[in-house]
Design a protein around this ligand. Structure first.
Ligand code: NAD
Ligand code: LMR
Length: 341
């Protein structure tokens, strides 16, 4: 068991590391909101955001269960003040003044379901939450986790357009878990230290729309085609692997909380002026002929500054790109149509 003194020194080490490279001192005030904070992702993500020294105010919202989560998290002796909000009548207060809103609200998959099977429930949840964001914190960066991400991000864009608050640079689909998985699986096969690995993952966040570019992975390793094919399939099926292992009790929560915390931290750093923060994310894009697409994006003080191109693709990568376009396009259209009904 970890002793309290060890945990304190880990948190302090973490905060020292995080402060390195920050352009401003003292660290600016930043409010982060988690919508769906009492859920399987929401709880560990709230914990990780409480450990982030860049957060000064942590607002935890859910339709139920937030007072308990907020009470527990609030006892942790780190910088941020924590407030829990429960029920729609408190949503406005939860959102007011937000710099970043992270959305893991909605139902998860059960075995046999695709992410698109969640559309009927989650599309409405996301639409409602985004309407409130447009009203109460129109300038916040939105980190969309709720599935199907390929459709929920276009839904959010349409809601913001209708409200007259849309700024494409502030809307992000969180695909970091695909990158986290690709890095882990690659390191295992390439026999390289996982902490040094980078793998861009492009496309979208469902099945074949998840396209890891192992030909661009670093450190480079001479993996044969069969191995790259197997790694690609495992990354694309990573979510399903967890859904099946959980056997009806939901989908990835802990690794998603980790991935969500990494992405939110990148947003916080760039808001605070740290240059050249680059992460993969599903955003409005002109990198392909699809209106939304995940690729590396350079973050800045006002959201993403630049959507980076795909680099040189292998034949396998090119084929994967062609194969994903139909599915991704129809998921985008489905989201846009729903938002405009
Ligand atoms: N982007 C990704 O890589 C990724 C990874 C894992 C899971 N997910 C998705 O994240 C979502 C959440 O997964 P989970 O495992 O945390 O599910 P969960 O059921 O454990 O938690 C969801 C939470 O959302 C809350 N909620 C429902 N309606 C709400 C509303 N209108 N406002 C606020 N909160 C509301 C619920 O009360 C619950 O606490 C799912 O859609 C899942 O598919 C995405
Ligand atoms: O697979 C899921 O349904 C959840 C999530 O999208 C994941 O990739 O783990």
């Amino acid at each position: 068991m970890m002793k309290p003194s060890m945990l304190r020194s880990a948190v302090s080490r973490c905060s020292q590391l995080s402060r390195r490279g920050y352009a401003t001192n003292p660290v600016p005030e930043r409010k982060v909101v988690v919508l769906g904070a009492a859920g399987g992702i929401g709880q560990p993500l709230s914990l990780l955001m409480k450990l982030n020294p860049l957060v000064s105010s942590l607002s935890l919202y859910d339709i139920a269960g937030t007072p308990g989560v907020a009470a527990a998290v609030s006892h942790i002796n780190t910088r941020s003040e924590v407030v829990g909000y429960q029920g729609e009548e408190q949503l406005g207060k939860a959102l007011e003044g937000a710099d970043i809103v992270i959305i893991p609200a909605g139902v998860p998959r059960k075995p046999g379901m695709t992410r698109d099977d969640l559309f009927n429930i989650n599309a409405g949840i996301v639409k409602g939450l985004c309407s409130a964001i447009a009203k109460y914190c129109p300038h916040a960066l939105v980190n969309m986790i709720s599935n199907p991400v390929n459709s929920t991000v276009p839904i959010a864009a349409e809601v913001f357009k209708k409200a007259g608050t849309y700024d494409e640079r502030r809307l992000f689909g969180v695909t970091t878990l695909d990158v986290v998985r690709a890095k882990t699986f690659y390191a295992g096969k390439a026999k390289v230290p996982v902490a040094e690995v980078n793998v861009p993952v492009v496309g979208g966040h469902a099945g074949i729309t998840i396209l890891p570019l192992f030909s661009q992975a670093t450190p480079q390793a001479n993996l044969d085609h069969d191995l790259i094919q197997a790694l690609t399939k495992r990354t694309q099926d990573g979510g399903t692997e967890v859904v099946e292992a959980k056997a009806g009790k939901g989908s990835a929560t802990l690794s998603m909380a980790y991935a969500g915390a990494i992405f939110a931290d990148a947003c916080l750093k760039s808001l605070n002026g740290v240059p050249d923060v680059v992460e993969c994310s599903y955003v409005q894009s002109s990198v392909t002929d699809l209106p939304f697409f995940a690729s590396k994006v350079r973050l800045g003080k006002n959201g993403w500054d630049e959507v980076l191109g795909l680099g040189t693709l292998s034949d396998f990568g090119n084929q994967g790109l062609e194969n994903l376009k139909g599915e991704l396009q129809s998921s985008i259209e489905k989201g846009i149509k729903f938002a405009n009904q």
